[in-house]
Write a protein that binds this ligand. Sequence first.
Ligand code: COA
Ligand code: ZN
Length: 311
Amino acid sequence: MSRQTARVREVGPRDGLQMVSSILSTEHKLEWCRAAAKAGIEEIEVTSFVPPSLIPQFADAREVALGAVAMGGFRAAALVPNLKGAERAIAAGLPVVNYVLSASEAHNLANVRRSSDESLKGFGDIVALRDAAPGAKTILGGCVATAFGCTIQGDVPERRVIEIAGRYAEMGADEIVIADTVGYAAPLQVRRIMSAVVKEVFPLPVACHFHDTRGLGLANVTAAVEAGVRAFDASIGGLGGCPFAPGASGNIDTEDTVFLLEQLGLATGVDIEALVALRARVAEWLPGENLGGAIARAGLPKTFRSNAAHD
Ligand code: COA
Ligand code: ZN
């Protein structure tokens, strides 16, 4: 019997670079994508279409997007916070565009300077833009940030997270991403919220985006798998964090996430050793950044039987 599968989406060139102190060159960003794709990663969030004055790291968003699309071999995605970002991303020919709003009103205001209802309305404009655009239909992801709590506001109502996911689905999203922007999530909460979201938006695919700020990142992946989630964002070496959420820190490590999913019996098609090699190169490109990663430190166990499908 063939194994069930899970997808790990590399978000390092986007989330991973939001808070690093140096600006990575366009060539290195594309090299990151090339190596991740070669390791078997099928989807990569390659950049973010935000004002360069706000996050200078993404001043080359268009060049990265065009380079990634031309490279092929993986699905290139970008994050967008508004219609202007979506226009730029769709014009660059990206097959996947992820829109972000926060379930925490306070974080939404800090991050994108409007209420979450205004942001939801903005998603409608992006769906209309997508539907009117010529060529292949862009896949639209609807991301709910700060879904498990917020460093500015504290509690975030669970019913609001489920409501936003449902509204995204009604409005035309192709996929829902539930994000723990600040690393507040815990396994029981993840199982409860993700079960409800998966049910609410069925049959749309649902992904989770965890940060490992308090060491529960991989425990939360296990809980989300139990709730039926089969797609996870992660960043090489656990880089990452939102510059507009106080106290935010890195994503879950791509290498460790692949390892966990394989150990849970889910086939990822990803070569962990190739990811570890990429991590070493990323560490050289970003001197002074603190990269995490248990597998990179300790190596794969001799008992690990990788059924990674890629060759
Ligand atoms: N890309 C490039 N430029 C953009 C843009 C985008 N996506 N959105 C707006 N701009 C430009 C406008 O054209 C305008 O330029 P001008 O001054 O030359 O006319 C300027 O930025 C201000 O536009 P405005 O619509 O008033 O935006 P704002 O200042 O209210 O900021 C957001 C709103 C959404 C653009 C901003 O808060 C943002 O980018 N947030 C995302 C933060 C983020 O990336 N967080 C981490 C990921 S969770
Ligand atoms: Zn994030």
